[in-house]
Design a protein around this ligand. Structure first.
Ligand code: SF4
Length: 338
């Protein structure tokens, strides 16, 4: 397999037909099924879907953080010109925390309670840049200031156990930024935080991406989060990408019936606080569209047989806008009000 990607100087990350499967009893679950997309330098891309849709598996596959019984069974991932799936474990360790920063949902779980905050934030510099302990500490204090932690010199001497959840996530952001990564993978980074703190953290992430020219893959179940800061949105359902577009296109003019449902639910949640959950099933996937059982559109469009029997392809309707739906591909969506 080639270790270099075709030259496209704007593209930072290119994912080609990435497939990650999990063996469970005598079943195989295709958690990520031939997923393809790219992210440009400095771009913020939201990867959206309900629990079990494959978004976290996709993100962890990019960072090569899949453990048995999961296995990456096919595809390619290029970061710049580097083919990540061809690296050995030592080479991949050098990429993680250096060119790729990671941010997770539970910052307290990721922080070492016995380690001073300043040492934790400076650790990537000592590991990846062989920076002295004194210089790493001084850079860490600057990073804590960048992420708007008050009194950063004093806070650097604290232990993780002594700080709030919102501040812990700021510390994790500072840690992820330490080695100046090209790409930040943020998996539900605000889900565990209070609503007011969520907005501050999202604003901080966006600001840091813009200032540093850093790209971000933002994994979330919450369309409100991508609406706040993402440039583009990818929608996953049952292991497949089903829609892609600019944030404006996806939120204001959704085409795929699942995206329409997500947007409607997000509107509902905003209007009256109702929480509506759509849970895709990974089981009993037939040959046809995976959204078939939940879709009203195929009946209205008169294409039920085709939808039941034939998997739709992810078709580009214009540059950067892709949808996996027979009705949209056949131009029948408009006729039935999509
Ligand atoms: S392909 Fe058919 S079943 Fe699937 S979302 Fe489109 S209309 Fe619905």
């Amino acid at each position: 397999m080639s270790r270099t990607s075709p030259a496209d100087h704007d593209v930072l990350l290119r994912v080609n037909e990435l497939s990650t499967w999990f063996a469970k009893d005598d079943q195989v679950i295709k958690a990520a099924d031939e997923v393809s997309f790219s992210i440009k330098k400095g771009e913020i891309v939201g990867l959206v879907g309900e629990s079990g849709s494959g978004k976290t598996v996709t993100a962890r596959s990019i960072a090569r953080l899949i453990s048995p019984p999961g296995k990456i069974v096919g595809g390619q991932v290029f970061l710049g010109e580097t083919s990540l799936l061809d690296l050995d474990e030592d080479e991949m360790n050098a990429v993680r925390g250096d060119r790729i920063g990671m941010l997770f949902q539970e910052p307290r779980v990721m922080l070492d309670p016995t380690c001073r905050v300043g040492n934790q934030v400076g650790e990537p510099l000592r590991i990846h840049r062989a920076t002295s302990k004194r210089d790493a500490w001084s850079t860490a204090v600057g990073l804590l200031r960048d992420v708007e932690i008050p009194d950063p010199e004093e806070r650097a001497r604290s232990y993780a156990i002594d700080i709030s959840g919102g501040m812990a996530q700021r510390v994790m952001i500072a840690t992820a930024l330490a080695a100046e990564p090209d790409l930040l993978i943020a998996d539900e980074p605000t889900t565990a935080l209070d609503v007011t703190v969520q907005a501050q953290i999202l604003q901080l992430l966006q600001q840091q991406c813009r200032e540093r020219g850093m790209a971000m893959l933002l994994i979330t179940h919450d369309l409100g989060v991508v609406a706040a800061i993402a440039d583009r949105v990818l929608v996953m359902y049952a292991g497949q990408l089903v829609a892609e577009g600019t944030t404006e296109e996806i939120l204001r003019g959704p085409l795929h019936p699942y995206t329409c449902a997500l947007v409607a639910c997000a509107s509902l949640a905003t209007a009256d606080g109702a929480l509506v959950t759509i849970r895709p099933s990974s089981e009993d996937l037939g040959e046809g569209c995976r959204f078939y059982d939940r879709c009203d559109l195929h009946g209205q469009a008169g294409i039920s047989d085709r939808c039941r029997d034939e998997m739709p392809s992810l078709v580009e309707s214009r540059a950067g806008r892709r949808t996996r739906c027979h009705a949209i591909e056949l131009g029948l969506g408009e006729a039935v009000g999509v």
